[in-house]
Design a protein around this ligand. Structure first.
Ligand SMILES: Cc1ncc(COP(=O)(O)O)c(C=O)c1O
Length: 392
């Protein structure tokens, strides 16, 4: 049994989550708690550490030979966990999903073309679109019963001849939706009728709670396969974000060729050996560890949702189907977003992700990562309770 309660000191270890707090949040207190980036405070599954240890013991760290086992491990995992029918020959490894998204944009669109997002949406989507000199078309999600839904009427009105690509996050970050087959099919039909490339970022697909199920976009809507690129990775699931490797998958050979050309043109066709070894071992050996993790995260999720409403009267957390990222709406507190942000930052000494980063629909919110040992989470909730004690 993995002891997820164990606190592993990460300060001073080149951990972005812990060592970038002062630089990125402005919190100067040494006891600050990072609840921002999607990175867990848990050790990787033993099979991953074992595979890396074997490599370290050998001590020779030359170029990596891709014999196809990595793509096979990715497809086997997606089939076993999600009944997805991906084939290894459809897979292109990239140095992470965000870099994959940039390469996809270069492969299927031109500067000044428009990319649809469903905000509030993962902030790196916005950054990579703008960094590639494409434009963002925001189709803001609508909240209904603490869950987001897509608004296809507004989406249709946004389209111009320059709209080429849709970035779909399934499950959604930060809303935590596992989209239903009907919702996915409606989006797929929309992409087909408007000649759009659909990119389905499924990096959070394994971090799913017992009441929900992840439906891969390809499974819900096989008819969109020709214009679909699915992105998956082992890095969120098994806490290997520093391994920086992901998979972009499409059954459309021409689309894959265009993507592979961009990968080649950027010199990215040779892969980081440590990342490949770690993530392949994770897919091959990590399932038992993942089951334990999911049960731990589920109890942290319940604890967070209950505590936040008591600690901060008026605050409401989105009902998460997936992810360990609580998306909290502070509008009901009656405090301005600035006051809320300052109390969380200065009084509670907690670095949460500011809602504005996620685009339209984010301004009254903060995103809290609760994938941390329970004692740290308990401390965080107590600090929030103290910071908002005047509201009770
Ligand atoms: C939806 C989504 N896509 C991609 C990423 C990052 O992927 P990578 O580190 O492989 O670039 C994240 C990280 O939080 C994410 O939430």
């Amino acid at each position: 049994m993995t002891n997820f309660d164990q606190i592993i000191e990460r300060r001073g270890t080149h951990s972005s989550k812990w060592d970038n707090i002062k630089k990125l949040s402005g919190i100067t207190a040494d006891d600050a708690i990072p609840m921002w980036v999607a990175d867990m405070d848990f050790a990787a599954p033993p099979g991953v550490t074992g595979a890396l240890q074997e490599s370290l013991d050998r001590g020779v760290h030359g170029y990596y030979a891709d014999n196809g086992s990595w793509a096979e491990a990715a497809c086997n995992w997606m089939e076993k966990r999600h009944q997805a029918k991906f084939k290894p020959e459809w897979v292109s490894p990239t140095p992470g999903i965000v870099s994959g998204l940039g390469l996809i944009l270069q492969a299927v669109s031109e500067p000044d073309d428009e990319v649809v997002l469903f905000p509030p949406a993962y902030h790196a989507f916005r950054k990579i679109i703008l960094a590639n000199k494409r434009k963002i078309s925001d189709a803001e999600l609508v909240e209904s019963n603490r869950r987001y839904v897509m608004d296809f009427d507004s989406l249709a009105k946004l389209l111009t001849p320059k709209t080429k690509v849709v970035f779909f996050c399934n499950p959604h970050n930060p809303g935590g939706n596992a989209w239903s087959p009907d919702e996915i099919r409606e989006l797929a039909d929309f992409c087909i009728s408007h000649n759009l490339i659909l990119v389905s970022d499924e990096i959070h697909c394994d971090l799913i709670y017992p009441h929900a199920k992840h439906i891969p976009t390809l499974s819900a809507a096989p008819e969109v396969a020709d214009r679909l690129i699915t992105c998956v990775a082992a890095t969120k699931t098994f806490n290997l974000a520093g391994a920086h490797v992901g998979a972009c998958i499409t059954s459309n050979a021409d689309l894959k060729r265009r993507l592979d050309e961009r990968i080649g043109a950027s010199g990215l066709g040779s892969y980081n050996a440590f990342g490949m070894l770690a993530t392949e071992a994770a897919w091959q050996t990590g399932e038992g560890w993942l089951e334990e993790l999911l049960s731990y995260l589920d109890s942290n999720r319940h604890f967070f949702d209950q505590s936040i409403e008591t600690a901060v009267p008026g605050a409401k957390s989105m009902l998460l189907d997936a992810t360990y990222l609580a998306w909290v709406d502070f509008a009901g507190t009656g405090l301005s977003p600035e006051v809320v942000a300052n109390r969380v930052k200065d009084h509670a000494r907690i670095f949460a992700s500011p809602g504005q980063q996620f685009g339209p629909g984010g301004s009254n919110r903060l995103r809290f990562n609760f994938a941390t040992p329970r004692p740290i989470l308990v401390d965080a909730m107590q600090r929030l309770s103290d910071a908002f004690s005047d509201l009770r």
